[in-house]
Design a binder for this molecule. Structure first.
Ligand code: SF4
Ligand code: FES
Length: 255
């Protein structure tokens, strides 16, 4: 890289709205510092486009700290780009070289329709969460102190790991079947492992899986791409746990 920063060619998916047919457009940016985040690089491009009187590229972002799960970009054929364990907002331009051509597309899945350019509608995840991703707590003044419920450290750690899922959708975008099993299994597991989650356990797994199927996500064929691309390292072990929970809930429901 020269002292003046990187020159890059960007091939970006542009789509006016959900109804229109999109296409890849080519843009050039220069003077990109290796210390910039990927989204800051897109900010530079958008400033340039605005100055030229061109419509800026729409992309999702909020926290820019790897917390909210909004920044859903497919970069050079990988969800969240070439680095591991990071979201697009945490991806640094030092992962790229001067003169590179970078392909930037929205997450692609039937259940995540494109809204505009790089923005997709991931409300299917919200509806799955609404179907069962909660626990009932007595808030009448008799609430038990959570610390008064003994939980084995190993279970608490696994529940915490599952709860770190930020709902970004990279698992769906990386899966050849556009399956949401890793996401749903993380949401089921974070409660299934804790005593607080036992009350609604059966309805939770049945309702969340039913909603997942209704939303049009594909089936899991154990390819494992989701685990590789997940920025939070959510383990496939959660899918196995969800399958056990689902089977047990289905049998009890029928008997
Ligand atoms: S499981 Fe990982 S990839 Fe999927 S939504 Fe959660 S954090 Fe994102
Ligand atoms: S903008 Fe929040 S995780 Fe990237």
């Amino acid at each position: 890289m020269s002292g003046k920063g990187m020159n890059l060619t960007l091939k970006i998916w542009r789509q006016k709205n959900a109804q229109s047919k999109g296409k890849m457009e080519t843009y050039n940016v220069s003077g990109i510092s290796e210390h910039m985040s990927f989204l800051e690089m897109l900010d530079v491009l958008n400033e340039q486009l605005i100055n030229e009187g061109t419509e800026p590229v729409a992309f999702d972002h909020d926290c820019r700290e790897g917390i909210c799960g909004m920044c859903s970009l497919y970069i050079n054929g990988e969800a969240h780009g070439p680095d591991r364990g990071v979201t697009t907002c945490q991806l640094h331009m030092r992962m790229f070289n001067d003169g590179d051509t970078i392909y930037i597309e929205p997450f692609r899945a039937k259940a995540f329709p494109v809204v505009k350019d790089l923005v997709v509608d991931r409300s299917a995840f919200d509806r799955i969460q609404h179907a069962g991703g909660f626990v009932s707590i007595n808030t009448s003044g008799n609430t038990q102190d959570a610390n008064a419920i003994p939980i084995p450290k190993a279970d608490a750690d696994k529940a915490f790991d599952a709860a770190t899922c930020i709902g970004c959708g990279a698992c769906v975008a990386s899966c050849k079947n556009a399956s949401a099993m890793l996401y749903v299994s993380a949401k089921v597991s974070q409660f299934a492992l804790l005593p607080q989650g036992k009350i609604e356990a059966k309805e939770r797994v049945l309702n969340m899986v039913e909603q997942m199927d209704e939303e049009g996500f594909g089936n899991c064929t154990n390819t494992g791409a989701c685990e590789v691309e997940c920025p939070k390292g959510i383990s496939l072990e959660n899918i196995a746990r969800m399958n056990r929970e689902y089977l047990s809930a289905s049998i009890t429901k029928e008997s």
